[in-house]
Ligand binder design. Structure first.
Ligand code: 5RP
Length: 223
């Protein structure tokens, strides 16, 4: 069994991030996710010196991107992005993702859904044959105990609220049927967003694996 030490993982994340940066072309509107792999994307993107405008799913990514010279607009004046690039916590063979390890999945999902292409970047440790709990949730503070009672297997995460004031939690129940779980979680009043991302949202997954970058295509670009 290969030993994926921190150095190997970091190299794989960087390779995936650099491969994604190459997909960005002059004039594009680019959605930036969050997490350490997205942080590797920022310098790779800045080095290309393209004429692009970005939006960011997290305030610290917005800050870091600006520090590197990238233009970041608020996401209240743009209704379409050409490409969004983001990391993931788990990538199943069938293209389902779990995101939100960094508690930013609500905004990340809005950014991904607005983009013609959603490109996921990750090291090889993120690949799993099938998803497993937990699934990150963002919950409204209003009625929180009632929402938690409805959800059953859920724990509040000991992290600050989201930038939108939501409470970050983790669903710990069965994840065997992600489509059914996704529909059910979306139907529970008080759930702002969950961290299950369906394959029909994902254009391309770039996985750093050893010295190479593996590409898995799930959907054609949405234009
Ligand atoms: C944050 C996310 C991240 O994309 C996910 O947690 C992966 O992070 P990293 O690139 O640090 O492994 O979903 O909400």
């Amino acid at each position: 069994v290969p030993d994926y030490g921190d150095v190997d993982r970091e190299r794989e994340k960087q390779a995936a991030a650099e491969a994604a940066a190459v997909l960005v072309r002059d004039g594009m509107r680019v959605g930036l996710g969050s997490g350490t792999t997205t942080e590797d994307l920022l310098p790779a993107l800045a080095r290309r010196r393209l004429s692009i405008r970005c939006v960011a799913a997290a305030p610290h990514i917005e800050r870091e991107a600006r520090e590197l010279g990238l233009i970041v607009d608020p996401f209240d004046s743009v209704d379409h992005l050409d490409i969004a690039i983001d990391g993931a916590d788990k990538i199943a063979d069938d293209g389902w993702l779990i995101k939100g390890g960094g508690a930013a999945h609500t905004r990340e999902k809005i950014v991904a859904a607005a983009a013609g292409e959603f490109v996921v970047i990750a090291d090889s440790t993120k690949c799993v044959p099938a998803l497993a709990p937990p699934v990150p949730l963002e919950l409204l503070r209003f009625g929180l105990p009632a929402t938690m009672r409805h959800l059953g297997s859920v724990t509040i995460r000991d992290v600050p609220p989201s930038p939108d004031g939501g409470v970050i939690a983790d669903y710990r129940g069965d994840v065997a049927d992600p489509a059914a779980l996704s529909a059910w979680l979306s139907s529970v009043p008080g759930v702002v967003a969950h961290g299950l991302f369906p394959p029909d949202m994902v254009t391309l997954v770039l996985i750093g694996r050893g010295e190479t970058v593996e590409q898995r295509r799930f959907q054609p670009a949405r234009g």
